[in-house]
Write a protein that binds this ligand. Structure first.
Ligand SMILES: Cc1cc2nc3c(=O)[nH]c(=O)nc-3n(C[C@H](O)[C@H](O)[C@H](O)COP(=O)(O)O)c2cc1C
Length: 281
């Protein structure tokens, strides 16, 4: 039964040369690719690109070679600077473009049709100078005419205060790493943003978008001497409830736990790009 559902999804969301339907996009009904919590406390984040300007980044090849899923985290907190860079590397804006409905922003990760259906939430367990709790990443601010603007962007909106480490662990099929991580990134899709253009096929694309964001995050974590592990094993209803989303209009897709590795990587600094191996955590 389950297998049939998966097969039906794959086949019914396929493109077939002889059965391509033509339809016009209605730009007036294009959803905005931003979500705001207007009553939340907004916490600005440090400039994430300072390290790039200062030239203190780990080179890409080393990050790729050293990335491994890390599931054992120590008790040391992340810094807000690290959190800021992780958010930017996975979901931040990098340049702007024009659309028939106004200015848009390209982001660090690619997105089908530049529709950016993915929202980023972070469950903060241990981050310096940041109260534990649930936060939503504000990608950009909007001006009075609801046009996106740079000011007010790259900030956190505080949704819940308090220790949520147990809740996020339980939601993630009781995986202890989610309680031990300094922070757990949780990605949801606002399906309508992508459905506007791609209709049922959008349900394929949102997962791909989230995967790109997770990939950026995992490489950025290595560059910051942090460990990370993707998590797709979670109870959808419990995770949606934790985020305060309905699972229909907006639903959880994916997570990543990030923290200071409990054990340093023995191969650090001795990367052999022909063959790299790293013990499993
Ligand atoms: C879509 C996806 C879902 C995953 N979900 C989990 C998970 O729920 N729990 C977990 O411990 N690891 C999870 N992983 C991590 C994989 O187990 C890991 O990537 C794999 O063993 C390869 O190891 P590596 O990441 O160190 O290269 C997931 C990875 C992916 C790509």
């Amino acid at each position: 039964m389950v297998e049939q559902m998966g097969r039906a999804f794959q086949s019914r969301t396929g493109y077939y040369r002889k059965a391509m339907e033509e339809y016009e996009l209605d730009w007036r009904s294009k959803p905005q690719p931003y979500k705001f919590y207007p009553y939340a406390q907004v916490i600005s984040l440090p400039n994430p690109t300072q390290a790039l300007e200062a030239g203190t980044v780990t080179d890409l090849w080393t990050c790729i070679a050293q990335r491994r899923s890390v599931r054992s985290f120590g008790t040391a907190p992340l810094t807000t600077d690290q959190l800021s860079r992780l958010l930017w590397a996975s979901a931040g804006t990098t340049s702007s473009f024009s659309t028939p409905t106004g200015q848009g922003f390209y982001r660090a990760a690619p997105s089908a049709g530049a529709l950016y259906p993915i929202e980023t939430y972070v469950v903060v367990n241990r981050v310096e100078d940041l109260e534990p709790g649930l936060y939503h990443y504000r990608v950009t601010g909007l001006d009075i005419l609801e046009r996106p603007m740079v000011e007010g962007s790259h900030a956190l909106e505080q949704l819940k205060a308090g220790d949520l480490s147990k809740e996020i662990m339980q939601a993630a099929l009781d995986q202890p790493m989610c309680a031990k991580a300094g922070v757990v990134f949780v990605w949801s899709a606002v399906f309508a943003r992508s459905v506007w253009k791609y209709r049922d096929r959008a349900y394929r694309y949102v997962y791909l978008d989230a995967g790109h964001m997770a990939a950026g995050l995992s490489l950025a974590a290595v560059g910051l001497d942090l460990g990370s592990c993707p998590v797709a094993a979670f109870y959808d209803d419990e995770t949606n409830a934790l985020l305060g989303i309905d699972g229909q209009e907006e639903g959880v897709l994916y997570m990543t736990a990030v923290g200071k590795p409990a054990r340093p990587f023995a191969g650090k600094g001795r990367v052999d790009l022909r063959h790299t191996s790293r013990p499993k955590e």
